[in-house]
Design a protein around this ligand. Structure first.
Ligand code: SAH
Length: 219
């Protein structure tokens, strides 16, 4: 299906294989995460005009001033979430193109994802449907407050940079759950929080560059 639309034939699978090798060399060691990235056709999550660049390890524009994250960062965040073991319920804040949610859907029982821009969410939902990703539920809302009705979560991933860690998200983690979130304005750090009983620890993973987490929702 995809090969015909893009005229890429088998190239797409082979190019994806090269991306996986590159991620492995960059230090992503979790094989299941690498398999999940390898299973998702990233070229279907960007505009056709950018499809030929979909397997470069770079962020790309998806409209509305937003970007699909760099594959390395997607893999790094996914692998970090998995450090406490198999993932049942996972929450993503910032659906964007839907790519990160599609990667998580390969690894988690159920993925919940929240997006504030309605137009992006509608496009992402169409991709989930055409790829048969039935374990993703999505919601049009400001994700600062998480998704309290369905929590607690084994993992929460935020794909836009918060000024400070949203407390509401930390309380929606189950015991041993992890929250991976970029925090900061100009200088951002990817932080990994881990809840153990009533204690929360935080580890800094690396410097990153995300679009900002914004308040409210738009059509
Ligand atoms: N995970 C996405 C990356 C999208 S970029 C992907 O794989 O393509 C970050 C996304 O976060 C944007 O789509 C932006 O609209 C969204 N966003 C920003 N602030 C938000 C908020 N408060 N609640 C929900 N989504 C938000």
């Amino acid at each position: 299906m995809t090969g015909v639309r893009l005229g890429m034939g088998m190239t797409s699978q082979r190019t994806r294989g090269r991306l996986i090798e590159r991620l492995r060399m960059q230090g992503v060691a979790d094989e299941l995460t690498l398999q999940a990235v390898g299973a998702v056709p990233r070229h279907l999550f960007v505009d056709e005009a950018l499809a030929s660049r979909a397997y470069e390890d770079t962020a790309l524009p998806i409209g509305h001033g937003q970007t699909i994250s760099q594959p390395y960062i997607v893999a790094r965040m996914t692998a970090a979430l998995r450090l406490s073991g198999p993932l049942g319920k996972v929450l993503e804040v910032g659906t964007g193109s839907g790519y990160q949610a599609a990667v998580l859907a390969q690894l988690a029982g159920q993925v919940y994802t929240v997006e504030r821009v309605g137009a992006l969410l509608r496009a992402a939902r169409a991709r989930f449907a055409s790829l048969g990703l039935h374990n993703i539920r999505s919601r049009h809302a400001d994700g600062h407050n998480g998704w309290p009705d369905v929590g607690p979560f084994d993992g929460i991933i935020v794909t836009a940079a918060a000024r400070e860690v949203p407390e509401d998200l930390l309380v929606q983690l189950r015991d041993e759950g992890r929250l991976v979130v970029p925090v900061g304005t100009h200088q951002q750090a990817l932080l990994m929080y881990r809840r153990r009983g009533d204690t929360v620890t935080c580890e800094r993973l690396e410097d990153v560059n995300f679009v900002p987490l914004l308040p409210g929702d738009v059509v």
